[in-house]
Write a new protein. Structure first.
Lengths: 344, 320, 291
C-alpha cells in the first residue's frame, strides 16, 4: 500500500503479515481455517463437494443477514427486528399469492417495499427520538412477530404458507431465489451466490466508497461525523433500510428454497446475526468491523452446525460452542480496540 | 459492555411482558336469563406452532358453535402457565381447558382451580395426572401413544435405522415423541436437533446427517413444516430414506399423494381443542362428566396415500 | 437564500487579500429562551490574521464559536461575512462559506485511519454512477504530503488516528481544514489539553495557517498562548465583551490582567505578598503578571 512517490524507510518494517494481523476479520479467518481443517480431518463427508454444499447452504442465509447487520453495527446501531423480518417478507409474498392470487413478482416487490418501509421507520425513530436502537427495534421485532402470527392466521387461517408451488410463475421466481446448480457433484443453492454477491458489494461499499467512510464515522464518533458534515441521518436510515432489505432477500431465499414459510421463521435468529458479525470483528460499540469478517462468522456457524452432525455428536452442543466463540471474539476485539484507541 | 447489560434487561422485560399478556378479562357480564359461559383454554404451545394453532381453532370453533366465549392463551414456561391459570380462576371463568406438558409445575394452580369450583379438563398431555389433580377428564393422546403408533407402523414398513428430527431444543413433548418411536420401532433411532426457526438450516442439517450416515433409511419429523424440509434434504443428499411425519399440512398431504412422504400421523389437535370446550360446556349446561373418569383419545389417525385425498380439503382450511 | 449561498460558495476559492475582513460581528448576541448567553460582542476576523477570543470558563466562548460555526443561529446583532449580513443555519452552510471549525474534541473518529479521517465528508472519488469509488492512493498521498507540509511525518497514514498524540491529532485537524480551502479557521481551545511542548507545536501550526493567508479565530483561556500569535484580542466575560483590541494597543501584561479580572487579581497579589512575604516566588510572579 506504499505510494510510489513517498518512500519511508520505516514502512519496510511493517511486513504484510503484520498488516494482515491488523485486519478486523483476521480472528474469524484463522478460526474458520482451523474449524475447516478439523472437520475435514475428522469426518469423511465434510470436505467433499456434497458436504461443502450443505454447510455453505446453511451458512448462506445467515451470512447475508450477518453482513447487513455488520454494516449496521459498524454504523453504531443494532436491529433486533432483522430475524423476524425474514419471516415477515416471506409471509407477505405467500399470503398475497396463495390467498389473493396476486402476481408473484408483484408480491415480491410489495414485500420489498414494506420491508424498506419498516427499515425506514426503524431508522427515523432511532434518529428522531435518540433512543437506543435496541429498544426501538425490539419494539418493531415484537410488532413484526405479532403481525406474522396474528395477521397470517387472520388472513389465511393457518400459520404456515401452503401450496406455494402451485402459484403461477412460481418457477420463474424459484430460478432466481431457490434454484440449485450442480457444481463438482455438490448442489450449490442460489442463496450461496447471493451471499457471495452481498458480501462483495458490502465490502466494496465499506472500503471503497464515500458511503463506507460515512458508515465508519457515524458509528465511530457520531458527533464528530456530524460536525465535519457527514449526513448522519441519511447514512443511518440507509443502514436500517439495508438491513431490512437484506431481511427481504433472505425471506425470498427461504420461501423459494423450501416453498413454504411459517410464522415463527427467523424469530431468535437476530442474535445469531449479531454473533456472526462480532465473531467477524465488529465492535459492539460501533465504528469498527468488516463485511468479510461477518461472512466468515456465518461460515464458521454453518461449518460448525453441520460439522457437529457429520461428527455424530449431539448437536445440542452447538449453542455452547457459539457462546464460547462469542466470548472469545469479544475479548479479542476488545483487545484490538484498546490497542487502536490508546495513544502510542 | 454496557450495551450487553441493556440487552439482558430488555430481554427480561420482554419475557415479563409476554407473561403478563393473554389474560384479557371481559367476562363477568350481568346474569341474564341465558348465562354467557366463558372458558379459558390455557396451553403450553408456542405461538405460531401449527399444532397448537389447530387446537386453538378447534376450541374457538366450539365456542362459536355453542355460543360461549373462549379465551385462548399459552405459555411454554410452566411457571407462567400457572399464572395464566390463576388469572383465569380470579377472572371467575366457567371452566378451564389446560394442557399439562409439565404436570408438576401446574399442580398447585390446577388444584387451586378445582378447589375454587372451576371445572377443569386437561388436553394433549398430562394423562397420568389429571385424575389426581381433580380434572373431569383428559382429552387427547399422550406424545407416547402417537409416537408408539408411528414406531409400529415404521417397523411394519421395514425401517431399521431412523433419525428423529427435533425442531425445538429442550421441548419435553418432542423428546417424548422420539423416545416412543424408538420404543416400538426397534432398530436404531437417533435424535437430530435442528433450528426450527430457520428452514434453510433444518434442511441443511438433515442433508448433512444423511450424507454422513448413508445407512439411514427413515427420517421422522415432528411437525408438518419440517417434513417438507426433510423431503428436500433426502432429494439433495441422494439418500433413499423415506420420510414420515407427525402432524399435517396441505403440502404434507400433497407430498403423501406424490409418494415422497410415506405417511403422516395426525394427532387431530382440532379435536383436542373442540372436545375440551365441549366437555366443559356439557358440565355447565347439564352437569355431565364425560369420560367417566377415564381419558378420551383424540387420535391418532394415519394419513397415507389411500386416504390423503379425503383429508386434503380440511388441511387446506387449517383445521387438520 | 440558497441562491445567495451558492453565489458565495463560488467566492470561496478566491483568496482574500491580507487584512481584508472576512467575518465581522457587530453587537452579536444569543438568547436561549430567557437566558442571555451572549450579548453585544463585536470583533472581526481578517485574512492572514489571528483573532484571539479569550475568556474564562463560562464566559460565553463556546456560544460565540457555535454562532460562527453555524451550530447555533444568533438572535441579536449582525454577522457579516464578506460584508453581507448572514445567518448560518448549519455547520455545512458555514463550511460552504469557507469557515471551518476544529473543535476541542477534534471531530476525528479515533478508530478510523488517518487518511480516512482527513478526507471524511469530502472524499475524493473517481469513476461514474454506481461505480464511483474512493481514490484511495490519491487520498493517502495528499494526506501524507499535507501533514508533511505541516511538519508531521507519519510512518503510516493507515494507522488509526486514535494512536496519534493529542498535538498530532490537533494538527491533522488543522491541516484538514486548511487543505479543504478554509478561509477562516476556528480553533476551539486547541492547547487546553496539551503539555507545554505540544502546545508550542500547535501554536506553530496556527502561525503557519496564518501565513498561508487564513483568518484564524483562536479560542483560549491562556493569554500566554494567545499573545505570541494573536493580531487582535477579544475578551469575553460572563457573556459580555470586555473589548476588542488590536495587538498594538495591548501588552501581554495588560491582557493577562484583564483576563483575570484586573483589580481583583491585584488585590490578590497584594494579599499574597502579605501572607507569604514579598519575596516569595508566587507573589513575585503574581505581581509581575498583574502590573
Amino acid at each position: 500500500m506504499t505510494t510510489a512517490t513517498v518512500t519511508d524507510e520505516r514502512i519496510a518494517r511493517t511486513s504484510t503479515v503484520t498488516k494482515l494481523l491488523k485486519r478486523p476479520e483476521i480472528g474469524a479467518l484463522v478460526a474458520a481455517i482451523v474449524i475447516f481443517v478439523f472437520f475435514a480431518a475428522t469426518t469423511s463427508v465434510f470436505a467433499t463437494a456434497p458436504g461443502a454444499s450443505t454447510w455453505l447452504r446453511g451458512a448462506s442465509t445467515i451470512g447475508i443477514m450477518a453482513v447487513a447487520v455488520a454494516l449496521l453495527m459498524i454504523g453504531g446501531e443494532f436491529d433486533l427486528s432483522a430475524g423476524a423480518m425474514t419471516g415477515f417478507t416471506g409471509l407477505i409474498v405467500g399470503v398475497l399469492t396463495t390467498e389473493y392470487g396476486l402476481n408473484i413478482w408483484a408480491a415480491i416487490l410489495v414485500s420489498l417495499a414494506l420491508a424498506l418501509l419498516v427499515g425506514f421507520i426503524n431508522g427515523v425513530l432511532v434518529m428522531k427520538t435518540g433512543l437506543p436502537s435496541f429498544i426501538v427495534t425490539l419494539g418493531t421485532f415484537f410488532v413484526l412477530q405479532g403481525i406474522d402470527l396474528a395477521g397470517t392466521k387472520a388472513l389465511i387461517g393457518q400459520v404456515a404458507i401452503q401450496g406455494m408451488s402451485n402459484v403461477p410463475y412460481y418457477d420463474s421466481a424459484k430460478k432466481v431465489f431457490g434454484s440449485a446448480a450442480d457444481i463438482g457433484g455438490g448442489l450449490v443453492y442460489a442463496s450461496v451466490f447471493w451471499w457471495l454477491a452481498v458480501t462483495a458489494i458490502a465490502t466494496w461499499v465499506l472500503l471503497r466508497t464515500r458511503t463506507g467512510n460515512w458508515i465508519f464515522s457515524v458509528g465511530g464518533q457520531q458527533t464528530a461525523a456530524r460536525q465535519i458534515g457527514v449526513p448522519v441521518f441519511k447514512t443511518k436510515v440507509g443502514l436500517f433500510m439495508t438491513t431490512a432489505g437484506a431481511g427481504w432477500l433472505v425471506g425470498m431465499l427461504l420461501l423459494f428454497t423450501t416453498s413454504t414459510v411459517q410464522s415463527n421463521t427467523g424469530v431468535g435468529q437476530e442474535f445469531i446475526y449479531i454473533i456472526c458479525a462480532v465473531v467477524g470483528g465488529c465492535l459492539m460499540t460501533g465504528g469498527y468491523g468488516s463485511a468479510i469478517g461477518a461472512a466468515l462468522g456465518a461460515l464458521i456457524y454453518g461449518m460448525v452446525n453441520q460439522g457437529i452432525v457429520y461428527s455424530g455428536w449431539d448437536n445440542n452442543w452447538l449453542k455452547a460452542f457459539l457462546g464460547v466463540m462469542l466470548l472469545g471474539a469479544v475479548l479479542l476485539n476488545e483487545w484490538v480496540r484498546k490497542r487502536a484507541e490508546t495513544a502510542r | 459492555m454496557k450495551k450487553i447489560k441493556i440487552v439482558g434487561a430488555i430481554l427480561a422485560a420482554g419475557t415479563l411482558l409476554a407473561a403478563c399478556s393473554g389474560t384479557g378479562s371481559d367476562s363477568g357480564t350481568a346474569d341474564t336469563a341465558k348465562k354467557d359461559y366463558t372458558y379459558a383454554v390455557i396451553t403450553h404451545g408456542a405461538p405460531g406452532d401449527a399444532f397448537w394453532d389447530r387446537v386453538k381453532s378447534g376450541a374457538e370453533q366450539a365456542g362459536k358453535d355453542y355460543g360461549v366465549k373462549v379465551e385462548y392463551s399459552s405459555d411454554a414456561d410452566p411457571a407462567k402457565q400457572s399464572q395464566l391459570i390463576d388469572g383465569a380462576v380470579a377472572d371467575k371463568v366457567d371452566g378451564i381447558v389446560v394442557s399439562m406438558a409439565n404436570p408438576d409445575g401446574l399442580e398447585a394452580s390446577v388444584k387451586k382451580a378445582v378447589a375454587a369450583g372451576v371445572p377443569v379438563i386437561t388436553i394433549n398431555s398430562g394423562v397420568d395426572k389429571f385424575k389426581d389433580f381433580g380434572a373431569i377428564t383428559h382429552i387427547g393422546q399422550t406424545e407416547t401413544i402417537a409416537g408408539q403408533a408411528v414406531g409400529e407402523k415404521l417397523k411394519a414398513d421395514g425401517s431399521k435405522n431412523a433419525i428423529c428430527v427435533i425442531q425445538e431444543a429442550g421441548n419435553v413433548g418432542l423428546e417424548e415423541r422420539c423416545k416412543a418411536v424408538a420404543e416400538t420401532m426397534g432398530g436404531k433411532v437417533e435424535n437430530l436437533q435442528v433450528d426450527g426457526t430457520d428452514d434453510n438450516a433444518v434442511s441443511a442439517t438433515i442433508t448433512s446427517k444423511l450424507q454422513s450416515e448413508t445407512g439411514i433409511d427413515t427420517v421422522v419429523t415432528l411437525g408438518g413444516q419440517y417434513a417438507i424440509d426433510a423431503v428436500s434434504a433426502v432429494k439433495d443428499s441422494g439418500s433413499k430414506a423415506k420420510v414420515a411425519t407427525f402432524d399435517l399440512s396441505e403440502d404434507v398431504i400433497k407430498d403423501i399423494q406424490a409418494g415422497t412422504i410415506l405417511f403422516a400421523v395426525d394427532q387431530q389437535p382440532y379435536v383436542q381443542g373442540f372436545m375440551g370446550v365441549t366437555g366443559l360446556y356439557l358440565k355447565s349446561i347439564n352437569g355431565n362428566d364425560i369420560g367417566g373418569g377415564q381419558p378420551i383419545n383424540s387420535g391418532p389417525a394415519f394419513i397415507t396415500k389411500e386416504n390423503a385425498d379425503a383429508v386434503l380439503k380440511f388441511a387446506a382450511n387449517g383445521t387438520r | 437564500m440558497s441562491d445567495k449561498k451558492t453565489e458565495q460558495a463560488t467566492n470561496v476559492a478566491a483568496p482574500a487579500a491580507a487584512g481584508t475582513a472576512v467575518i465581522e460581528v457587530k453587537d452579536i448576541g444569543k438568547r436561549y429562551g430567557n437566558i442571555i448567553a451572549l450579548s453585544d460582542v463585536s470583533t472581526s476576523v481578517r485574512a492572514g490574521e489571528v483573532t484571539c477570543v479569550l475568556g474564562d470558563n463560562g464566559a460565553g466562548k463556546s456560544t460565540f464559536i457555535k454562532i460562527l460555526a453555524g451550530a447555533h443561529e444568533h438572535s441579536d446583532g449582525d454577522l457579516l461575512i464578506d460584508g453581507q449580513a448572514t445567518t448560518l443555519s448549519s455547520p455545512r452552510a458555514a463550511l460552504e462559506l469557507g469557515i471551518a471549525t476544529v473543535y476541542q474534541d477534534l471531530a476525528v473518529v479515533p478508530l478510523m485511519p488517518v487518511w480516512r479521517n482527513f478526507f471524511l465528508g469530502s472524499e475524493i472519488t473517481k469513476g461514474f454512477g454506481p461505480f464511483k469509488k474512493l481514490d484511495v492512493d490519491e487520498m493517502k498521498r495528499i494526506t501524507k504530503d499535507e501533514l508533511a507540509a505541516m511538519g508531521i511525518d507519519l510512518r503510516d497514514v493507515e494507522q488509526p488516528i486514535g494512536t496519534l498524540s493529542g498535538g498530532e491529532r490537533q494538527c491533522v485537524a488543522i491541516a484538514r481544514a486548511v487543505y479543504f480551502g478554509a478561509r477562516v479557521l476556528i480553533l476551539d481551545e486547541p492547547t487546553a489539553a496539551l503539555g507545554v511542548k505540544q502546545s508550542g507545536v500547535v501554536l506553530k501550526y496556527i502561525a503557519k495557517a496564518r501565513d498561508r493567508g487564513l483568518g484564524v479565530v483562536f479560542i483560549t483561556h491562556n493569554p500566554h498562548h494567545a499573545y505570541p500569535v494573536g493580531d487582535r484580542f477579544m475578551l469575553l466575560r460572563r457573556g459580555k465583551s470586555m473589548g476588542d483590541f488590536p495587538k498594538a494597543e495591548m501588552t501581554l501584561e495588560e491582557l493577562t490582567s484583564m483576563m483575570a479580572g484586573g483589580a481583583e487579581l491585584e488585590s490578590l497579589a497584594h494579599e499574597l505578598e502579605k501572607t507569604m512575604g514579598a519575596d516569595s516566588e508566587i507573589a513575585q510572579t503574581m505581581k509581575a503578571d498583574v502590573t
